[in-house]
Every structure is written in C-alpha cells, then in structure tokens.
Ligand binder design. Sequence first.
Ligand SMILES: [Cu+2]
Length: 161
Amino acid sequence: MKVPGKGKVAVLGALMLGAGSAWGEVHEVEVRNQGSDGQRMVFEPALVEAAPGDTVRFVFEDMGHNAAAYHPDNRGKPSLVPEGAAAWDSGFKKPGDAFEVTLDTEGAHHYFCLPHEGMAMVGLIAVGDAGQGPGLDAVEDSGIPDAAKAKLRKLHEELDG
Ligand SMILES: [Cu+2]
C-alpha cells in the first residue's frame, strides 16, 4: 500500500530542525543610559532566562554602548560563557538599532558593555540549566571590575531566588 505524503513529512521535519533557532522565543533587552530604577548605564532587564535556541534582541536606546560576550576572543576578556559558546559582539550601535544573538549552548552567558563595564553595565543570560556554568565562582575569580562582579553576583542571586 502506498503511504501518501510520507516523503513530504520527512522533508518538513528536516526543515523544522534546520530552522529551530529561528523559531525560538525572542527576549528583548533595552540598552540605556538610565534604567527605570534610576541606575546609570544599564541593560534592562540585566537577567534573561532563556531556552536553548532562543534569541536575545538588544535594542539600543542611547549612544555609545555595545553588548559583548565575556569571551577571550573579545579583547582578551575572561571566559564567562559556557564551553563552546561563540564570542558575539554587537559593536557600537545608533539609537534605534538592534542586535540579535541566538544562544544554543546551555549554561550561564555573561556579557558586558565595553565603555561601561566598570560602571556595572553587565548582564546575564541563563540558557536552560544555568548550573551548567560558568557559575558565580568563575565571576568572582575573574579579573573584571568590582562593580561588574557585584552586579553579576546580584543577578545570580536573582536567578537562584
Ligand atoms: Cu554602555
């Protein structure tokens, strides 16, 4: 007996696998000179909880910021992203511009704004099980500015709480 449409189903399945990342959820993060709580130089929200294959969309509201993964390929920064995660960097954007990054690697992805890292302009994207690391110990042991450490400590507490 002929099975109608079997080939089509297989092709559709392959397309769905290939397009998986494009079909994930999109989490928006605003990049601002001032946050809603009055804090200067912020990613808002600074903590995003995502699933593997989800996209984070950075929307630049003000001038003079970027968003970049804590990865050795980004200006020799310490590695504060999961093993095998890519070194993404938005570059500096104009107000109204956006940058999207899709994260497939499970774990804690920490990122920073180059000019304002020392002002605690950092963020955390927890993809799936953030316990996959790198954890707060890696942040504390890294050479990043104290203000950035303090902010990331707060975000880990928020994540665990
Ligand atoms: Cu900035």
